[in-house]
Design a protein around this ligand. Structure first.
Ligand code: AMP
Length: 412
């Protein structure tokens, strides 16, 4: 709730100064804003988490340099500005690799996977042909992805939230669980590392680090964000103080709040949109809301499209596996609801077929919904659907499976 709202571009300095004149303190909530707009504010009054934190995290190359200065391990990398440099990097550092834009990427956008030499030219062109230098980075064969959201107060006290384990699908966060089901020593090392990085940036507020843990327990830093993070949304329901409140406490010079958990394990599953751009329709809310261990947060987005983050659901339980199973089940319920409607819609068309015990819906944009229809629908109903889908919420597996059935349905 605010008295005044100033709407302007991220690089509008006049608007930045107008904001400064009306404020005692300024904060930002994403690292893609223009650093010069923040600079003009920082000359007049405190900007937290801070200008240095912004500069070091909005440019992936600056971020890599900062991490190396701090002695934090990262995947082998190089800055590349030409095809020649890219070919050289591929030769020296090796493939498979990722090519990432240095500015502006998030949720897996603005990056490409390079599996073999033939992929280099296309990826280079798609990412702007080196107009701005790109980050070439070796692909990491990680055991798991972790993240830590860490607060740092005005007096320099650091307080990390419990380490979280995350699962992504094509760069987008699908689910998180805390405390991360990894050796406690690894989880503590991750917290200490992120606290060190927060101090190294001199930031006041929150720093989130996304990490890869390797099979031997080593940690590599993938990405930093000077802000609250999707992988910390579980703290809304699962911690004494949530990440949003902790940010406000830190930047206002208040004591940091307790980060004790409200349950032994908390899982969060993102509610991601599916299909074409259309008005959003909420399904499965009543069922999820009836469960006292489940909490739903919606982002009030009126339209839905493929992979859009529409909200998230958290589940509290006694173990990580239970929490994840419960959260997935309720998300799956939404898909099952969508699937049942979809099946009714497409049933008159020949592309919708049921083979054996498997329902198949031949609408490609709804593949992700269809995937949850494997082994279900008309015969066994929603209860069985849920059981099968919860056991198989592995998108890679399911994609392959659905792809095969779609091909078969088309007769090719
Ligand atoms: P990013 O936008 O850099 O955070 O990347 C999004 C996701 O892509 C990560 O969370 C990983 O799942 C995957 N990814 C990014 N970089 C690498 C890498 N070097 N090796 C393996 N997976 C990666």
């Amino acid at each position: 709730v605010v008295e005044r709202l100033i709407v302007a571009r991220y690089d509008d300095r006049a608007a930045a100064l107008e904001l400064a004149d009306a404020s005692d303190l300024v904060t930002y909530e994403l690292e893609h804003i223009d650093a010069t707009a923040v600079e003009v504010i920082a000359e007049r009054l405190p900007v937290r988490p801070g200008l240095a934190a912004l500069q070091a995290t909005q440019d992936r190359l600056a971020e890599r340099r900062f991490l190396e200065e701090q002695g934090a391990a990262v995947a082998g990398w190089r800055a590349v500005g030409s095809m020649k440099e890219l070919e050289q990097a591929a030769k020296v550092i090796g493939l498979p690799a990722r090519l990432k834009a240095s500015f502006g990427g998030y949720d897996g956008r603005s990056q490409a996977r390079l599996a073999e030499a033939a992929d280099l030219a296309g990826a280079f062109e798609a990412l702007g042909s080196g107009a701005r230098p790109l980050l070439f980075e070796r692909e990491v064969d990680f055991a798991a992805e972790l993240s830590v959201v860490c607060a740092r107060s005005l007096s320099g006290q650091t307080r990390p939230f419990p380490t979280t384990r995350n699962r992504h699908d094509e760069g987008i966060l699908v689910e998180s669980v805390a405390p991360a089901p990894v050796a406690p020593e690894v989880a503590e090392r991750a917290q200490a590392l992120v606290a060190q990085l927060a101090a190294g940036l001199g930031l006041v507020g929150l720093l989130t680090a996304e990490l890869f843990v390797l099979k031997d327990g080593r940690l590599l830093v993938n990405e930093l964000a000077p802000r609250v993070h999707n992988s910390g949304h579980w703290t809304l329901d699962g911690c004494d103080t949530n990440q949003f409140e902790q940010h406000i406490r830190a930047i206002c010079g208040l004591p940091l709040g307790s980060v004790s958990m409200t349950a032994p394990a908390v899982a969060m599953v993102n509610l991601l949109g599916q299909g074409e751009d259309r008005p959003a329709r909420l399904l499965g809310l009543a069922e999820a809301a009836a469960d006292p261990a489940v909490h739903i947060t919606l982002y009030d987005k009126r339209r839905v499209f493929e992979r859009r983050k529409m909200g998230h659901l958290t589940a509290l339980a006694t173990t990580a596996d239970e929490a994840l199973a419960l959260a997935r089940m309720h998300v799956v319920d939404q898909h099952v609801g969508a699937l049942q409607q979809l099946v009714e819609q497409v049933a008159p068309f020949p592309a919708a077929k049921i083979r054996g015990d498997r329902a198949l819906v031949g609408v490609e944009t709804e593949v992700k919904t269809a995937l949850l229809g494997i082994g279900l629908v008309s015969r066994e109903g929603a209860a069985r659907a849920r059981e099968v889908a919860v056991g198989r919420l592995n998108l890679d597996y399911v994609r392959a499976e659905v792809g095969e059935h779609l091909r078969a349905a088309r007769g090719g």
